[in-house]
Design a protein around this ligand. Structure first.
Ligand code: ZN
Length: 408
């Protein structure tokens, strides 16, 4: 007779959606020593220290937010990672560009280590990182600030945390330096064998006499991208974004996606339902859904203006017609693949770290908004009810889920 299994925690009666194992149904999830120990429609008789009913709720692998800004105090628009991480239903966050080779050690000591949330990063290709919200000091991002040897050293010495590099592909940077910074970023990514995460949509102050035609901006950027790289803010309202004023996406964009370049939502302050509808109608869906949560650009260290979140972004994309399972893959399996960490993250496979997001689904219609103020009546919303981080059950405080908790 096999001995009875003992567990630390068993989540019972939840509806499990785990795209990494094609699971979609009612399962119990057992956790032991911070890892997933068993998952079954009915667990054999066992002993457990704690049982927690999640009946009526959706149990997913821990959500991964591929685009956040969490280098508090060193950048003026960074947020505390646990506020937008475990306390927002997200077990792993990926900071996009806040640190660079010269500021990484502070990021590691003051953010990565003390946070309960798993924090990874795509450092900026410039030495210092994006210190100012809205990139107020373009000189920081000039080609002179890129040190390829320093980037390669950073990636080699910190393989757990450094999972790619961040660069900007928009009008302001192009008007100042052409594609020089993107070319350097390409070299850094190739040397480190990591993906590039490319911001799209006007951001830096543009040198007007050199302003590129908005609908050509993406065509300057795409030749420097490869399979596995990501285009951020895929549904941006900006005229120099991926769609701009076009009715159809540029053939170069379609070809790049077919060649393996990935789209990321990066909700942020430019997300447009109108652009999303136009691109979704052409089959252009985000490979990953991320939030781009950050503080206010105009006032230092101020999160009072933040009115979007990862679970809010997921709810909005489902309201726009994205399949729920596909949306959950876009915050679990897909970002784990981007991080080349799919053995440990974005899955509920037995033996992996027990990072779990548990959603409450409300079926009352609510009004959600894009960043332009356009509203949409969504039939349901998905609010994080519980989180398991490294085996520990937590109730998120949801202070920064203003889009979901306060919306009616
Ligand atoms: Zn961002």
């Amino acid at each position: 007779m096999t001995p009875m299994q003992t567990y630390d925690l068993v989540l019972t009666g939840g509806h499990v959606i785990d795209p990494s194992q094609s699971l979609d149904g009612q399962y119990d999830v057992a956790i032991r020593d911070g890892k997933i120990a068993a998952i079954a429609a009915e667990l054999p008789l066992h002993i457990t220290k704690a049982t927690h009913s999640v009946a009526g709720q959706i149990v997913c692998p821990g959500f991964i937010d591929l685009h956040v800004h969490v280098y508090e105090w060193v950048t003026d628009f960074g947020l505390w990672p646990d506020d937008v991480g475990v306390n927002a239903g997200v077990t792993t966050v990926v900071d996009q560009g806040s640190c660079g080779p010269l500021t990484f050690l502070g990021f590691q000591a003051n953010i990565v280590r003390p946070a309960q949330t798993d924090v990874r990063c795509f450092p900026s290709v410039n030495l210092a990182g994006a210190l100012k919200g809205g990139m107020g000091t373009p000189a920081l991002h000039s080609p002179d600030m890129v040190d390829l040897a320093a980037l390669l050293k950073l990636a080699r010495e910190n393989p757990e945390t450094v999972r790619g590099f961040k660069v900007h592909g928009e009008s302001g940077a192009l008007s100042r330096w052409g594609t020089q910074v993107i070319e350097l970023a390409r070299q850094a990514a190739d040397a480190a064998q990591l993906p590039l995460y490319v911001h799209t949509g006007e951001l830096f102050a543009v040198v007007e006499e050199n302003r590129p035609a908005p609908d050509q901006v993406i065509d300057y950027v795409l030749p420097h991208l490869k399979s596995g790289d990501l285009l951020a803010h895929c549904y941006s309202c900006r005229p120099d974004g991926l769609m701009g004023d076009r009715s159809d996406p540029s053939p170069a964009l379609v070809a790049a996606i077919q060649a393996g370049v990935r789209l990321d939502l990066g909700h942020g302050i430019n997300f447009s339902f109108a652009i999303a509808r136009r691109m979704m109608a052409q089959g252009l869906l985000p490979y990953t859904i991320s939030s781009d949560v950050h503080g206010d650009f105009a006032t230092p260290h101020n999160d009072a203006t933040l009115d979007y979140s990862l679970c809010g972004a997921l709810s909005k994309l489902v309201a726009l017609g994205m399949d729920l399972k596909a949306a959950i893959a876009a915050v679990t399996l897909h970002p784990a693949t981007v991080l080349q960490a799919e053995k440990d993250l974005g899955t509920l496979k037995v033996g992996t770290p027990a990072d779990i997001t548990i959603l409450a689904k409300t079926d009352a219609p609510w009004i959600c908004r894009d960043a332009q103020g356009e509203s949409l009546i969504a039939p349901q919303k998905f609010i994080p009810a519980w989180v398991v981080k490294s085996g520990q059950l937590l109730q998120p405080h949801r202070r920064l889920l203003r889009d979901l908790v306060m919306a009616s």
